[in-house]
Design a protein around this ligand. Structure first.
Ligand SMILES: *Cc1c(COP(=O)(O)O)cnc(C)c1O
Length: 505
């Protein structure tokens, strides 16, 4: 069962604007290299009268002056408005079904205490996945009842911490963990509020989803009946029965998370259908009514001009239609729905500001016909420009980890120069250290220019490292024309802090 829309753009036919044969098929030559493709940029980002990229009226040169580069530049306004858009559109679409939706911001995408505060103030809740993320949540001042804890391998101390904080839900990932959570809670004379993470066999990414009967992944309780098991029951069914019987557990409902960077609602809809069907079966076999259902995160964003995610209201509507009709068909009342967007709230709020250093142009063999060739077609070479910036895979690991595509613009000025197929690379000792694999930049980009890479709010700072002893960049939040560091950049002192020193002889 596969729905697929190929991610292509019609090739340029005008020879004046024909792209490099080295470019991937989806990458068109922009009409105007200075243009900002709106879906990729945060609210308040524009070019000022001088042509410089600015946010809320603050030019990037001023941000560089004050905070240095590389720098994560985040619009608090944009973050808040996307958070609100999810909450409002899902509340509206599900109003008649379950009175609204609980939106849990997936903290792993980017978390600091300021973000905890924004999430709380906008009426969202918070997903965490470790003791460290719980510590940030606590420091940020959100009530434990509005926080969830995920993870396939929670430690006893993380479970205890969750109970100390009075967490709203612990999302249990396995039968063994269910028993552990119940035992720890019962020993404290407490009752843990639990959701069970199931694997519905739906995997979605961007334009397609696949459905499988069995799951080959570390997360979750399988919904497939297990023929090797004595009971013949699925792990999911065993877990529901065990959770309901356990004095240390209050079973709230079921949970699933089907993928990431998903544009189409059909995968979410199928997963919802599978979980509701399971829920109805549990209700009729065991008389257990589950009041909640969490459909996870994974909503996509625009990293490049060919990415066309749907607005939250459209996804919400499609999901609500399926939940409404499925519950009607199954004859069950709808559970309270929750969702867990991360990337779609924070991703577009942020761009990374870099300074350009070394430049080089290489010639690469590619398709083409040599004009003077007498012995038939021969391969010709095409230029590719390497633009080195002062960060790299340490502040954006996604191109290396996931082959993720990004885009970039010249930020410190506009340029009338012709487009040059460019590769933005970092300064690490690694030839795979790529920030933007393919982008057309003005051919006069020079050392000292500033580059901006949009869409770096999610899973960039969060995945950052100190590879090559680079200091991790700070994050500056902009709101109403004022910039404030919400996470300072590391210093050389920070880098040396944990080094215990040379043993004295
Ligand atoms: C990562 C994750 C999310 C958030 O995913 P996004 O793609 O950022 O929306 C939500 N729920 C769970 C369980 C996750 O692991």
């Amino acid at each position: 069962m596969t729905a697929q829309t190929p991610r292509t753009v019609a090739p340029a036919t005008d020879p004046q604007t024909a792209g490099s044969p080295l470019a991937p098929q989806w990458l068109g030559v922009p009409d105007d290299l200075n243009h900002l493709h709106e879906p990729m940029w945060a609210a308040g980002v524009e070019r000022n009268a001088a042509g410089e990229l600015s946010i809320d009226g603050m030019p990037v040169s001023a941000l560089k002056e004050e905070f240095g580069t590389p720098l994560f530049v985040m619009s608090e306004t944009d973050f808040r408005s996307r958070a609100r858009a999810f909450k409002d559109s899902f509340d509206e679409a599900f109003a008649d079904i379950c009175g609204g939706v609980d939106v849990y911001y997936a903290g792993k995408s980017f978390l600091c205490t300021a973000v905890v505060r924004w999430v709380d103030e906008e009426g969202l809740r918070l997903d965490t996945a470790s003791g460290g993320e719980l510590a940030v949540a606590a420091r940020g001042g959100i009530a434990g009842a509005r926080v969830a804890l995920h993870g396939n391998n929670k430690s006893d101390s993380e479970i205890n911490r969750a109970l100390d904080m009075g967490l709203g839900r612990i999302v249990v990932d396995s039968l063994a963990e269910l028993d552990r959570v119940g035992t720890i809670a019962a020993a404290r004379n407490a009752v843990a509020k639990v959701m069970l993470r199931l694997t519905p066999g739906v995997h979605a990414h961007t334009h397609e989803f696949i459905a499988t009967a069995h799951e080959d992944q570390k997360f979750g309780l399988s919904m497939a009946a297990d023929s090797t098991d004595r009971t013949g029951l699925s792990a999911a069914e065993e877990a529901v029965a065990a959770a309901s019987a356990h004095p240390g557990i209050d079973l709230l409902g079921l949970h699933c998370h089907i993928g990431s960077q998903i544009f189409e609602p059909d995968g979410f809809a199928l997963a919802a259908k599978k979980l509701l069907t399971f829920q109805a079966a549990v209700q009729s076999s065991y008389g257990i009514v589950l009041p909640e259902l969490d459909l996870g995160g994974g909503y996509g964003i625009a990293y490049t001009p060919v990415d066309t995610p749907r607005p939250p209201a459209e996804i919400a509507q499609a999901m609500a239609d399926v939940v409404r009709s499925t519950c009607r068909e199954l004859g069950i009342s709808a559970p309270r729905i929750s969702i867990e967007p991360g990337r779609a709230i924070v991703g577009t709020s942020t761009f990374t500001l870099y300074e350009v250093g070394t430049l080089k142009t290489v010639r690469v063999d590619g398709p083409g016909v040599q004009e003077e060739a007498t012995d038939g077609p021969a391969s010709v070479t095409h230029p590719r420009r390497y633009v080195s910036v002062d960060g790299g895979m340490s502040d954006n690991a996604r191109p290396v980890l996931y082959d993720a595509d990004y885009s970039a613009v010249l930020a410190s000025r506009t340029s009338p120069a012709a487009p040059a197929l460019s590769r933005v690379v970092g300064k690490h000792c690694e030839s795979g250290d790529i920030v933007v694999r393919d982008v057309y930049l003005p051919e006069d980009v020079a050392a000292g220019d500033l580059l901006a890479v949009p869409g770096t709010g999610a899973y960039c700072w969060a995945l950052s490292s100190n590879y090559n002893y680079l200091a991790r960049p700070g994050v500056v939040a902009v709101r109403d024309g004022a910039a404030r560091l919400i996470v300072r950049g590391e210093t050389e002192e920070d880098l040396l802090n944990r080094d215990m020193g040379v043993a004295s002889a």
